[in-house]
Design a protein around this ligand. Structure first.
Ligand SMILES: C[S@@+](CC[C@H](N)C(=O)[O-])C[C@H]1O[C@@H](n2cnc3c(N)ncnc32)[C@H](O)[C@@H]1O
Length: 205
C-alpha cells in the first residue's frame, strides 16, 4: 500500500529529513546522482568519518563541483568515493549493504540540460539499489515528470515501486501541498525486513 503524504517543506528538505531519521554514524550510504553534491555532502555529515558514502554521476563536471564542495566543508576524503560511472552498476562498487540510497533524477542544475537520467539506466539502478539496502534502510527517489523525458522515467519509477513486495517494503509518496499535475514528487521506500517468505526463514515455520 502506498501512503500519499503532502508536505509544506521542499521535497529535497523532506528527503533529507527522512534519510537523517534512518542514518547513523558509521553507516554506508549512496548518492546515485551526485549533481552539485548537495546530497553527497548531506550524506557524509550523517554517516560521519566512520561511515562511507558512494556517489555516482556520468558527468565529470558533477564530480569536480562536488569534490570542491566536500573539500570546502573539510570532509575526510577517506569517507567518500565519487565515481564517474552510471548508477546502473552501483553494486560493483558498494561494499556491504547501504542504509540509504538517494536518487535525484533529471539534469545537473546549472549544467547541460540534455544530460538527463533515463528510464532504462534508472530502472537498472533502482533494482541494484533495492538489492543493496539493509533492513531499516531507505531509498528516496525525486521524480520530475514535467521535464523533457521525465514523464516516461517517472512512470517507470512508479511501476517499479508498485511492484515491490509490500511485505518487505513500506512506501510513501510525498507531494508539495500546492502540487499540480506535472509537479515533482518524492518516493520514500523503507525496507522493513530481509525476506518475509517463511520458506526462506525456516525458523519461522
Ligand atoms: C538532478 S541532478 C542531481 C542533483 C544532486 N543530487 C545535487 O544535490 O546537486 C541529476 C544528476 O544525475 C546525473 N546522471 C544522469 N544519468 C546518470 C546515470 N546513469 N548515473 C548517474 N548519474 C546520472 C546527471 O549528470 C545529473 O548530474
Amino acid at each position: 500500500m502506498i501512503e500519499e503524504k503532502s508536505t509544506s517543506v521542499s521535497l529535497l528538505v523532506q528527503a533529507h529529513e527522512l534519510v537523517a531519521g534512518v542514518l547513523l554514524a558509521g553507516d554506508t550510504a549512496v548518492d546515485a546522482t551526485i549533481g552539485n553534491g548537495h546530497d553527497t555532502l548531506f550524506l557524509t555529515r550523517c554517516v560521519g568519518a566512520s561511515g562511507m558514502v558512494y556517489g555516482f554521476d556520468v558527468q565529470q563536471a558533477a564530480l569536480i563541483n562536488s569534490r570542491e564542495r566536500l573539500e570546502a566543508d573539510k570532509v575526510d576524503g577517506g569517507c567518500y568515493q565519487l565515481i564517474c560511472e552510471s548508477h546502473a552498476g552501483m553494486e560493483h562498487y558498494v561494499v556491504g549493504q547501504a542504509k540509504a540510497v538517494m536518487f535525484n533524477l533529471g539534469y545537473l542544475p546549472g549544467g547541460d540540460k540534455t544530460r538527463i537520467t533515463h528510464a532504462d539506466s534508472t530502472s537498472a539502478a533502482l533494482l541494484a539499489a533495492a538489492g543493496l539496502i539493509a533492513c531499516g534502510g531507505i531509498l528516496t527517489v525525486m521524480c520530475y515528470p514535467g521535464h523533457d523525458g521525465g514523464d516516461d522515467e517517472a512512470r517507470m519509477v512508479t511501476k517499479f515501486i508498485n511492484e515491490l513486495d509490500s511485505e518487505q517494503w513500506v512506501v510513501a509518496r510525498y507531494n508539495r501541498v500546492e502540487a499540480k499535475r506535472w509537479s515533482p514528487y518524492l518516493w520514500a521506500v523503507t525496507r522493513s525486513s530481509a525476506n518475509s517468505d517463511p520458506a526462506d526463514n525456516p525458523t519461522e515455520l
